[in-house]
Design a protein around this ligand. Structure first.
Ligand SMILES: *Cc1c(COP(=O)(O)O)cnc(C)c1O
Length: 434
């Protein structure tokens, strides 16, 4: 299948090119040329299928023309080695827990899938060995590093601002070894991002190394996120509640939400979506006013949603042919400040014993506020509450247990290369380490 650029200037490319390039040369986002409807029989018996069975079917619809079935099935199975359970929280309110992967956040799904797909292209000798560069303020680095860990033909460089990520986050990409290199930059996250950008624009470096990015706009990271919408629906169908399904999605760059919109396009009977924002409410404003005004982000306790210019917004526009009316038919949105988030974490914990993380808390609140009688609502819990230990403990006034898998990272030795915020030193280090 071909992928076109949402800016419609650059020419369409193959899946492989879309995955290796990430962003189109005209700065547009790659979109699949067709979105295949899945057969009626699949939806009729979806309640009987496992997560991997469902994901194989969905993956085939997107990537089946480009990757042989056997390899594609392997990519799916290797990616989804953990469960994504749906739990009932209250009457009509269900939570889909997306945080049972290696780094305890939903980005594991996309990062793991992308790593395996890229490795497939390298192994098929259609692609030279690649070097992945990723700048992180915390969570993306851990998901990408763990997603690519030990994957053949790919070396990953994680750039992060020294002293500006939490100990837990830092341990998740500095203790891995193998094909993962951590570069600790004496600067800010923006400096890290600027270094990565300079590297991509450096022809000399690109001639020596085959560089690619693993950010969330990559089609191989973004499309696999549709898998779990189908699986959530299947689990709801098992409970006999699949009539009027509404998804509430904690949103930052809107990748997760857009993947849900794709699932709906493929025929999954989702009634509508709710986007949950924190104080970074550019998308909420757009839905309410019809005008899109990106701006600088502000810091909140749901920091993975601190995005002032959501990178997948153009995908939503393209999917709905720029019609604000059709977009608002399918999506509504709500925004919450830190006090509301904290209050909700505490109140839900007292009432039900369930522990929300700050992002999931936004999804929960938006669902409570937006759900109509007769609808069944699912909100996505995008991170394990222990990843935000201090904030959550502050809310509930008691200690949050860290899961063994998360603790394990912190027991290994940190290894990183400390570098000044200087492009030439960064470039020299890259060349020396490859
Ligand atoms: C990345 C992230 C989000 C936002 O997802 P988008 O796809 O960028 O909208 C929400 N919650 C957590 C925990 C995240 O890491």
């Amino acid at each position: 299948m071909y992928y076109y650029s949402s800016n419609k200037i650059a020419s369409s490319v193959s899946l492989q090119e879309a995955v290796v390039k990430g962003l189109a040369p005209d700065k547009g986002l790659y979109m699949p040329e067709t979105i295949q409807q899945l057969p009626f029989d699949f939806y009729k018996s979806i309640a009987n299928f496992s997560l991997t069975e469902i994901a194989k079917t969905v993956a085939k619809a997107f990537f089946g023309e480009d990757i042989p079935k056997k390899q594609l099935d392997e990519i799916v199975t290797d990616t989804l080695s953990f469960d994504i359970p749906l739990k009932k929280l209250e009457e009509d309110i269900y939570v889909l827990e997306l945080f049972h992967g290696p780094t305890f956040a939903f980005k594991d799904v996309g990062a793991r899938f992308m790593a395996r797909m890229l490795s497939h292209f390298v192994k098929a000798k259609a692609q030279k060995d690649v070097k992945v560069l990723v700048a992180t303020s915390g969570d993306t680095g851990s998901a990408v590093a763990n997603g690519f860990l030990g994957v053949d033909g790919i070396q990953v460089f994680v750039l992060y601002p020294s002293g500006k990520v939490s100990d837990i986050q830092e341990s998740q990409f500095t203790t891995l070894g193998q094909n993962i290199v951590a570069l600790e930059i004496e600067g800010t996250f923006d400096d890290c991002q600027a270094l990565v950008k300079s590297a991509f624009m450096d022809q000399d470096l690109n001639n020596q190394l085959n560089l690619t990015s693993a950010n969330s706009i990559n089609v191989a990271r973004f499309l696999p996120q549709s898998f779990y919408y189908f699986y959530a629906f299947a689990q709801l169908a098992q409970l006999g509640r699949s009539g009027e399904v509404v998804f509430s999605v904690p949103s930052g760059n809107l990748g997760n939400l857009t993947a849900g919109l794709f699932a709906k396009r493929m025929g999954l009977p989702i009634k509508r979506f709710i986007a949950a924002n924190n104080r970074n409410d550019v998308f909420t404003e757009y839905l309410r006013t019809g005008s899109y005004a990106p701006r600088a982000s502000v810091q909140t306790i749901a920091n993975a949603m601190d995005v002032g210019a959501p990178s997948n917004f153009d995908r939503i526009l393209d999917l709905y042919v720029h019609s604000h009316k059709s977009i608002s038919n399918d999506i509504s949105a709500y925004r919450y400040n830190d006090d509301e988030i904290k209050h909700t974490i505490k109140a839900v914990n007292q009432k039900t014993g369930y522990l929300l993380d700050p992002h999931g808390a936004c999804g929960y609140m938006a669902l409570k506020e937006g759900l109509n009688p007769g609808e069944a609502g699912i909100f996505l819990a995008t991170a394990h509450p222990a990843k935000f230990k201090e904030t959550v403990e502050d809310c509930i006034g008691s200690v949050v247990q860290i899961p063994e898998g998360l603790k394990a990272f912190m027991q290994h030795e940190k290894k990183s290369f400390l570098l000044p915020n200087d492009y030439n030193q960064f470039k020299k280090t890259l060349i020396n380490l490859t």
